[in-house]
Design a protein around this ligand. Structure first.
Ligand code: SF4
Length: 399
């Protein structure tokens, strides 16, 4: 998948957005397909950029004309100009583009795959570009307000809001958001919780503006309690109340784990979303064995706590992984379940091993707090018991 897809997901979900793409026709064809199919069912608009326009020196004029024609629609409030791999478009000078046309803000977002290697990292580029341009850092900070960074399941967002309200947080804005104003408000937050380890540019942008950064996420019993306490500390909330809520949430998650005490088996986790290691942490806490985990992103300081914990508990971790490494792990460890990419899942199923697609099954369900743990562990319990079924299917097809 082209990495720019991650950035398009962030940009196209903002209300009133019409993307203007500065790319050649090949990128445009593929990214128009994914933007319809996986993102917002919206089209991308682009000037015709064939070799004659790119090398003929009219590209900037063509782009400006396209931006103006998009802005002629008064319902368009935001025009992200997305440049991709083509060298000439990747190097577009921002000063040559307008900042605002008609009702619409215009923002250049560079998403070349030779520099931004995965779609999680492209999400980070898009979010940080939006916060940098629109974040109201110059306005007074709102006390007890939190910016939460990470694309999460809607129920998780509601759960986070509910728990944070109990400890005294007064406002929460979650990014990537559907409103440009979310990005403005995030600049006034007193602290910023980064849920996923690949939001490095976004984290350093907030940190350089003096906003406190909270690492981690409320996944599993111990990490949930720790996350709540970190938020309380960052916002200077009542420590007694914070500890009480943290312990309540820890206890609820432990009760979920107790309900799955018979869950045994080994699982390989191999996604490309960049948020795989917290899932591994949850599985290990539930008593499962995870001999191998891999992700598409690089090792980052924001993910270091998970890395150290998982490595200590014996999980072999691969960053910037290749499919061949994942396949070798399936052969080496012969797990009871694979939560992987589509290609790896096919490889596992052909060998009679239950396998599910990480993105469709994990990223599209709640995972935070006790209810998220129950949802994920319920799914896994149902699949681990199916090894015999997959073995019979393998025999059937081989026969
Ligand atoms: S050339 Fe680059 S931007 Fe275009 S589709 Fe391929 S990876 Fe994506």
């Amino acid at each position: 998948m082209c990495p720019a897809f991650g950035g398009l997901r962030v940009l196209m979900r903002i209300d009133g957005t019409q993307v203007c793409m500065a790319a050649d026709q090949g990128c445009l064809y593929g990214l128009t397909f994914v933007s319809h199919f996986y993102v917002a069912r919206r089209s991308i608009v682009s000037p015709e950029l064939m070799n004659v326009q790119i090398s003929g020196g009219t590209m900037i004029d063509d782009l400006r004309r396209t931006i103006e024609s998009i802005a002629a629609d008064p319902s368009v409030r935001f025009i992200p100009v997305v440049s991709t791999c083509v060298a000439e478009t990747a190097g577009i000078a921002e000063e040559l583009l307008p900042k605002r046309v008609g009702n619409a803000e215009v923002l250049l977002v560079r998403l070349p795959a030779f520099q931004i290697r995965t779609h999680p990292e492209a999400k980070d580029v898009a979010v940080s570009s939006l916060v940098k341009r629109f974040g109201a850092f110059e306005k007074p900070r709102k006390e007890r307000s939190l910016a939460v960074i990470g694309e999460i399941f809607p129920v998780d967002a509601m759960m986070i809001g509910g728990v944070l309200q109990k400890i005294g947080v007064e406002s929460v804005v979650t990014l990537p958001g559907a409103d440009l104003d979310d990005y403005a408000q995030a600049g006034q937050a007193a602290a910023c919780a980064i849920l996923h380890p690949f939001y490095e540019r976004t984290a350093s942008l907030f940190a350089s503006a003096g906003v406190k950064i909270v690492k981690g996420n409320p996944i599993g019993a111990n990490a949930t309690a720790q996350w709540i306490e970190r938020i309380g500390e960052a916002l200077g909330l009542d420590p007694v109340k914070v500890r009480q809520v943290a312990e309540e949430e820890r206890q609820k998650a432990r009760e979920v784990f107790a309900g799955f005490s018979n869950l045994k088996g080994s699982v390989i986790v191999a996604g490309y979303e960049g948020n795989e290691l917290p899932l591994v942490r949850l599985l290990l806490e539930a008593g499962l064995d995870v001999p191998y985990a891999s992700t598409s992103i690089a090792r980052t300081p924001l993910g270091e706590e998970d890395h150290e914990l998982l490595a200590m508990l014996g999980t072999e971790i691969r960053y910037r992984k290749y499919l061949e490494e994942d396949e070798q792990a399936v052969l080496d460890y012969s797990p009871d379940l694979v939560i992987g990419t589509t290609a790896l899942d096919s490889f596992a199923k052909e060998r009679g091993i239950p396998a599910i697609y990480y993105t469709n099954n994990i990223s599209s369900r709640p995972i935070f707090f006790a209810s998220g743990a129950a949802s994920v562990l319920g799914l896994i319990a149902g699949l681990i018991g199916k090894k015999e079924v997959y073995r019979k299917m393998q025999e059937y097809f081989e026969g």
